[in-house]
Design a protein around this ligand. Structure first.
Ligand code: MCA
Ligand code: AMP
Length: 512
């Protein structure tokens, strides 16, 4: 049997060729037949470029329907799709190219010079460009290519994608996701959330992460539905489009920004059947406010790059604010004692562990790291802390891993601290997440200087500018005499978080 994920979508191309799959705010719309034809030509071009099953294809481009066609082409060929955030800096891209060793790197036209230089130094054979309006070499070559209908014969655990997630050690790890992982999860989600071909999704998320790519697009493709692709979050635009849509998926910031619009009311959402939130904790207060204004209970779910989605509040039944619901069909969730690994009863807080067909194969070329994050019985240790209540609802109450989530993007403090600590004036630093009204958490740096050394906030920020993506850079930098430590010498980030707890609720002047 061929386990290629593409086959899960293939029916719809044949059955409903004239239906629009991807709509956009401009006049561009792509029917199922268009998407199939272009992705088949792209598949031909990939093969022509020497891309073979198992080869990595790195894609770092602005959001457009063509990116989804390229993703589908990679599936058809059996190549491993590897999307990268467009915000990454040269240093970050260089690491990913070196680690992933792709055959092909597709970049934005304006990044071509840099891309070619990095590709040459990392031995990447082919570079193509793709712009948000289809400009660039990729679509030029596609125009001349014939359609290649063949679909690579693959095993269930062949890789469909690698998505990098930063790590607590500061070194990014490539999460290897198989065709079976992605197929199982999109089926479970489509069923749990009652998706049908009649659904129309408003898609305003980036497509280089699990949420926007796999949760959103794979579900639409699995059921043969349609979606409107928006370049970024614009709450007023979402409200304009809601009368023609049925579902919205977003990170919590989507919902707080929608609530800020006076236009959000029951009338505005009359055609919508579902609002999904994930990637970061949704405040119970946001959940309640949204319900009061619209009559809709936001459906919160919980996932990770490594596992796709693990749990979801129920479609029918109570969607409980502050919880992430129950394990998805086919998946298991348990709470364990962090040290002993023993399972804990309902009501007790511990490590969240998950198992199921959705859970990834491991970290790319890091077998030891992979082994250390799995229990012997196959449960994956998520690094989140949670509690399951008497009714079975899971709540994520904290993180065992040192991670900040800003507007749904993950920032691993270690990575930022390492760069700050390299500055000659600095003894050490601690990067923390502080409650932020818009982004959930705001990245904040606390820096200890050498005696007599002088450095100001803007200099620290300037030093980070070309090292880490903009969203990872601290919103504020503070200088303190020493980092608080416990008796074991471990930095007490909780104490720092408490000290700056009101930072982003204060005015700029108060914070100084
Ligand atoms: C943009 N900026 C940010 C963020 N986004 N800073 C901190 N955190 C952010 N998340 C900065 C930009 O660099 C820029 O800085 C300024 O804010 C304005 O940029 P703009 O692009 O206009 O921002 P925005 O449109 O307001 O975007 C905010 C956003 C966006 C809507 C929250 O970040 C977003 O769409 N986030 C979703 C991320 C996501 O998809 N996560 C899923 C990961 P300056 O002006 O100073 O240059 S997958 C996952 O986590 C798991 C699997 C799961 O469960 O889903
Ligand atoms: P990522 O590494 O980008 O896949 O981020 C995964 C992490 O996001 C999880 O381990 C959680 O810490 C967090 N996360 C995702 N969804 C939720 C949610 N609904 N509530 C709380 N945290 C979440």
């Amino acid at each position: 049997m061929n386990h290629n994920l593409y086959l899960q979508f293939a029916n719809h191309f044949a059955r409903q060729p004239d239906k629009v799959l991807i709509d956009t705010p401009s006049a561009d719309r792509y029917r199922y037949r268009d998407v199939q034809a272009i992705s088949r030509r792209m598949a031909n071009l990939l093969r022509d470029s020497g891309v073979e099953p198992g080869d990595r294809v790195v894609v770092q481009v602005d959001k457009s329907p063509q990116v989804i066609m390229l993703y589908l082409a990679c599936l058809q060929v059996g190549a491993v799709y590897l999307p990268l955030n467009t915000a990454y800096t040269e240093a970050e891209i260089d690491y990913f190219l070196g680690d992933a060793e792709p055959r092909l790197y597709v970049c934005r036209p304006e990044d071509e010079t840099l891309a070619r230089r990095l590709a040459a130094s990392r031995g990447v054979a082919v570079v193509e460009t793709l712009g948000a309006q289809s400009e660039g070499s990729l679509m030029q070559r596609v125009a001349d290519a014939a359609e290649d209908e063949s679909i690579a014969e693959l095993a269930a655990d062949d890789l469909a994608a690698i998505l990098y997630t930063s790590g607590t050690t500061g070194r990014s790890k490539g999460a290897m996701l198989t065709h079976a992982n992605l197929a199982a999860n999109s089926q479970a989600l489509a069923r749990s959330w009652r998706f049908t071909a009649d659904d129309h999704l408003l898609h305003a998320l980036p497509i280089f992460h699990t949420h926007g790519l796999f949760v959103a697009c794979n579900i639409v493709l699995t059921v043969g539905a349609s979606m409107t692709f928006l370049p970024k979050l614009d709450p007023e635009q979402l409200l304009d489009l809601m009368p023609r849509a049925t579902v919205l998926m977003g990170v919590p910031t989507f919902y707080t920004r929608l609530l800020a619009s006076p236009r959000l009311d029951r009338q505005a959402v009359a055609n919508m059947r579902l609002f999904v939130s994930g990637s970061a904790p949704l405040l119970a207060e946001t959940h309640r406010e949204f319900r009061e204004r619209t009559g809709h209970a936001i459906l919160e779910r919980y996932g990770m790059t490594e596992t796709n989605m693990n749990t979801s509040n129920p479609y029918d039944g109570e969607r409980r604010p502050g919880t992430v619901g129950f394990a998805l069909p086919g998946s298991e969730v348990r709470i364990t004692d962090r040290e002993s690994g023993a399972a804990l009863p309902p009501g007790e807080t511990g490590a969240v562990e998950v198992r199921g067909p959705n859970v990834f194969k491991g970290y790319w070329r890091m077998p030891e790291k992979t082994a250390s994050e799995f229990r012997e019985d196959g449960f994956f240790i998520t690094g989140d802390l949670g509690v399951i209540d008497g009714d079975g609802y899971l709540s994520i109450v904290g993180r065992d891993k040192d991670l900040v989530i800003s507007g749904g993007y993950n920032v691993y403090p270690k990575e930022i601290e390492q760069w700050i600590d390299e500055l000659p004036e600095v003894v050490e630093s601690a990067v923390i997440g502080v409650a932020h009204p818009d982004l959930g958490e705001g990245v904040t740096a606390c820096v200890v200087l050498k005696p007599g050394a002088r450095l100001d906030e803007s200099q620290v920020l300037a030093a980070l500018a070309d090292k880490v993506a903009r969203y990872k850079q601290p919103k504020r930098v503070f200088f303190i005499d020493s980092l608080p430590r416990n008796v074991m010498g471990k930095v007490q980030k909780n104490a720092l978080r408490e000290r700056y707890a009101d930072l982003y609720q204060m005015t700029e002047t108060e914070a100084r």
